[in-house]
Design a protein around this ligand. Sequence first.
Ligand code: HPA
Ligand code: ZN
Length: 349
Amino acid sequence: MNPTEFNIPADRLPALLRAMPKAELHMHIEGSLEPELIFALARRNGVTLPYASVEELRKAYAFTNLQSFLDIYYAGASVLLEEQDFYDMAWAYLERAAADNVVRTEMFFDPQTHTARGVDIGTVIDGLHRACADAEARLGVSAALILCFLRHLSEDEAFETLEQALPYRDKFIGIGLDSSELGHPPEKFARVFARCHELGLHLVAHAGEEGPPEFVWSALDVLKVERVDHGVQSAKDPALMQRLAQDRIPLTVCPLSNLKLCVFPDLAQHNLNTLLDAGLVATVNSDDPAYFGGYMNENFLQTFAATGLTAQHAWQLAANSFEGSFIGEEKKRAYIERLDACFASFSGV
Ligand code: HPA
Ligand code: ZN
């Protein structure tokens, strides 16, 4: 359908952004741990935190770059020990996702953050997967897991993690690459990504968040990823922009994350509209919503308010999220029909 047929008044745009069905393709489940839940789990598990209160922890959320965030993010995850902890964390996120009309979510998890503390990988995957199954049944949210390797660790450690995860192969759909980008180019993980490709796993990687366009090129050409997480630095390289548009490689953009980690000085200067207007399959995502000030709808609302994106862009972003998701063509078509019906209801057509 052609959304320009719809004539949606500007003052209805926020309600439309909230109501439209959408997919989330870039969120770290450990980044959905709200301070209240961190403290509740710390009490339940007898873990001592280096912060006296929820308020004190929240005050520490003043980041200057990716690394300053990661240090606090890994400290927050230290309260996760039991299967039920992983379930509770994922369930809290999935309820919020459902409230934002997220109908499909592909959630990252960082097993190495937990196995390094002696938590069995099965405890992590079983707890998260049980929440995903319940979300489908009780919330009508289709949820899947993507295992991320920490790029500040070695490729051998990634291989070890993959080995540990293989007994749970049916509980995750793909692999990704996250953590500190600078100093850790994608090609460091060429062999483990090739192995995961042989195993039939979907491949994604963070690239071009703080790192240069060259990292996006190597994510595509060396790792052979199907989607690029962030990728906003691609706008500095016209040939790369052309490649991403031509091959319809989705970029999972996270506006509030980019703001909080100082990738852009303010939201009005975010390049999401440039990416969309160049024909890229850009999407909006929350990354680490408990740390960056908002879940999906907050990302849409604040970005649209700051940049002047239109209802046409909203339709494109939601359609892109379904196109970029790892679901079958028939399901994609069904979601886009739901999207069209939502737009029709707002335009009164
Ligand atoms: N970038 C890299 N690693 C991460 C992020 C991110 O935005 N969030 C959680 N781990
Ligand atoms: Zn991320």
